[in-house]
Design a protein around this ligand. Structure first.
Ligand code: SF4
Length: 312
């Protein structure tokens, strides 16, 4: 089958950096044990499992905030994930006597620094992001009264800000087009509002590549974890911008041969937190796949934790 390998795809700067920090911590015998990760280091459960294999314990519960998750840790080392945490969480971990390691991506820090600077100058901040995602949770934790989370048009209708000084910014991994659209709607309500688009470069170039290449395919396969925001956005951009039906899969084992019954060409991309080895397995399967030859349907992922954690 013809496969368009969309580039760039997969691991971004922030994920590589967070993984290096976590793996180095696992092998650093001077660090207090146990070593915990507060939430998933990046949103990919294969990576969390591989890190567990080398002795790092991921503490996660979708119903709990980072602040609440800290209640489950009483000793040792805690690693903060690439998505960032609020100062409040850092203080709580410090007060508990834990050894702290911060793997927050520098682009998330940049957005949070901008928010802090604007609040110190008397602004209210409208933050476009995904509810219950750790990155907005960290940003909102800066000042919950002055930061207003907006995910969709309905949230905009519910805004009630009485301040001439307003700035709009956003989670780094949203869809570029969704953010622009929501910011324009907000500006209709608050015409003097400033807007700083903080989609990170890694997210933006991956989204633009999907738009350009998915249009040439009959089907798009997006490899990544359903919890990963940037992965979900790649799938929705293929659908809504390139008009090419997409399937989000975690590994080659999720592929249904029936998806390609009438397809000649498939485009493949992967989220910024998807291990390269997993995407390579998917590409290899699709290149060998022939809908009319069921002997090409066999798909079994068999990767070692070392292959999952390989950042080259
Ligand atoms: S997607 Fe962007 S903000 Fe998120 S970790 Fe990667 S580089 Fe950093």
């Amino acid at each position: 089958m013809k496969v368009i390998k969309i580039m760039p795809r997969g691991f971004c700067f922030g994920v590589v950096s967070a993984l290096k920090i976590a793996v180095n911590a696992a092998y650093d015998e001077s660090l207090p044990r146990p070593i915990y990760i507060l939430g998933n280091i990046v949103h990919n459960h294969f990576i969390s499992e591989a890190l567990n294999h080398i002795g790092l314990i991921t503490v996660d519960d979708k119903q709990k905030t980072r602040h609440e998750l800290l209640d489950l840790i009483d000793s040792g080392t805690v690693i903060f994930t690439a998505h960032g945490v609020s100062d409040d969480v850092i203080k709580k971990a410090h007060d508990k006597g834990l050894y702290l390691i911060n793997a927050t991506c520098k682009f998330v820090n940049k957005t949070n620094d901008y928010i802090k600077q604007k609040i110190s100058k008397g602004y209210d901040v409208i933050y476009i992001g995904k509810k219950h995602h750790p990155e907005p949770e960290g940003a909102l934790g800066i000042n919950p009264k002055k930061i207003h989370l907006v995910e969709n048009i309905n949230d905009i209708k519910n805004l009630n800000i009485n301040n001439q000084k307003i700035t709009i910014t956003n989670q780094t991994t949203m869809s570029y087009w969704d953010v622009e659209n929501l910011a324009n709607k907000i500006k209709e309500l608050y015409p003097t509002a400033e807007f700083l688009n903080e989609i990170c470069n890694a997210t933006q170039v991956r989204q633009e590549a999907v738009l350009k290449k998915a249009i040439q395919a009959d089907v798009t396969i997006v490899v990544g974890d359903p919890l990963s925001n940037n992965t979900n956005k790649l799938a929705s951009i293929s659908e809504s911008k390139a008009n090419t039906h997409s399937h989000l899969i975690e590994s080659v084992e999720d592929i249904d041969p029936e998806w390609f019954k009438d397809a000649q060409t498939v485009a493949v991309t992967s989220g910024a937190s998807t291990p390269t080895a997993i995407t390579n397995e998917v590409i290899k399967f699709l290149e060998d796949f022939d809908y009319h030859d069921p002997s090409t349907y066999y798909r079994k992922s068999n990767l070692s934790y070392k292959e999952i954690l390989n950042i080259k």
